[in-house]
Structure formats: structure tokens, C-alpha cells
Design a protein around this ligand. Structure first.
Ligand SMILES: O=P(O)(O)OC[C@H]1O[C@H](OP(=O)(O)OP(=O)(O)O)[C@H](O)[C@@H]1O
Ligand SMILES: Nc1ncnc2[nH]cnc12
Length: 183
């Protein structure tokens, strides 16, 4: 596995075959990449987590930041396995404590991410986890939140990249590791 090549590890093709593509969801023209079908296959789900754990276990990551909702599926098992804290980056008005927020645009709308003040500290080494990068707006908002509190974003990790939407270009120079490209 690397930032770009999807066929290096034999586990990756197994994961790819479990992703369901649903045309015209949630609106016409969107080819929706559904990771819930990966979760139905314990080997494919475990392989997904293991690939990221193998990559990050020796990188001195102190915080895994997972993006609501699908980053909450992949982020916590990675955090537990590498001995990092997990911090949820949530959609508006879900977090009870004091928050900071960033707004962003999606392939199909607008949204906002919030993070608890105090959850991430200056000097933390952060990994941002989500299921998918499309335009990169969501990951960019996550990077901004983490950098505003003085964390170093080491890398972003996604299961799926939609390269045609050029989301990598919005990651402020941060590396992206993904497993499967969808073209
Ligand atoms: O790269 P981008 O263009 O920003 O898009 C990627 C984001 O879109 C999806 O989440 P969505 O906002 O649909 O929310 P959900 O996970 O709550 O369904 C996906 O899980 C990423 O978080
Ligand atoms: N095509 C897509 N499939 C799944 N999630 C997405 N988020 C943004 N674009 C998406």
C-alpha cells in the first residue's frame, strides 16, 4: 500500500470487490461508493483496518481524528491498535462542549465540521481518517481544525479516492494514503 498504488497488496483487491457502487444516490449523477458492504465481510473489514494499522503503528501518531459519519467506523479501531486517542470531528450541533468549526462544500451540498476544544493539543501528531475523498473539502476542513489548535497533521487516510475530483490538491500539501481508486 502507498499513497497512490492500489494493487500492491493482495488484500486491496478483496476490499475493492466489496465496495458497492450505487448510481444516482443521493442525487442524479453521483456514483455513490457504499462502504457498508465492506463491513458485511469481516475479512475485508479487518484487512482494511490492518492495512492502515501496519502503515501507522510506528509513526508516533498521538491522535486519530475521524470524520462523521463514516470516519467513525474506520478511525476508532485504527486508534486503538496504534495506541492513539480518538477525536470525533462532528457535523453541526452534536458536540456538547465548547467547539471550534470549519465550513466546507461537498459534491452534493454544504456542511460544517466541529471539534471539541481541548481534545487535541498543540504538538499532537494527527492522522485524519475518513472513508472517502471526493472534492477534498471535508478533509481540508479537518486539517484546518487540527492545525488551528497546533497539531501536526501527519497524513490523511481514506479507503476510497475519486481522483477525477482532484481532492488531493486541497489537502494543503499533506500526504494522502488511500486503498482503492474509483474512476
Ligand atoms: O471530499 P469531499 O467532497 O468533501 O467528500 C467526502 C465526504 O463526503 C462523505 O460524507 P458525507 O458528507 O456525505 O457525510 P456522511 O458520512 O455523514 O454520510 C464522505 O464520507 C466524506 O466525509
Ligand atoms: N461519490 C461518493 N460516494 C460516497 N460518498 C461520497 N461523498 C462524496 N462523494 C461521494
Amino acid at each position: 500500500m502507498s499513497g497512490n498504488k492500489q494493487d500492491e497488496d493482495p488484500r486491496i483487491n478483496g476490499i475493492k470487490t466489496k465496495i458497492r457502487v450505487v448510481p444516482d444516490f443521493p442525487k442524479k449523477g453521483i456514483m455513490f461508493q457504499d462502504i457498508t458492504t465492506v463491513l458485511l465481510d469481516p475479512k475485508a473489514f479487518k484487512d482494511t483496518i490492518d492495512l492502515f494499522v501496519e502503515r501507522y503503528r510506528d509513526k508516533n501518531i498521538s491522535v486519530v481524528a475521524g470524520i462523521e459519519a463514516r470516519g467513525f467506523i474506520f478511525g476508532p479501531p485504527i486508534a486503538l491498535a496504534i495506541g492513539a486517542k480518538f477525536v470525533p470531528l462532528r457535523k453541526p450541533k452534536k458536540l456538547p462542549g465548547e467547539t471550534i468549526f470549519e465550513e466546507y462544500e461537498l459534491e452534493y451540498g454544504n456542511d460544517r465540521l466541529e471539534m471539541h476544544v481541548g481534545a487535541v493539543e498543540a504538538g499532537d501528531r494527527a492522522l485524519v481518517v475518513d472513508d472517502l475523498i471526493a472534492t477534498g473539502g471535508t478533509l481540508c476542513a479537518a486539517i484546518n481544525l487540527l492545525e488551528r489548535v497546533g497539531a501536526e497533521v501527519v497524513e490523511c487516510a481514506c479507503v476510497i479516492e475519486l481522483p477525477e475530483l482532484k481532492g488531493r490538491q486541497r489537502l494543503k500539501g499533506k500526504p494522502l494514503c488511500m486503498l482503492v481508486e474509483y474512476r
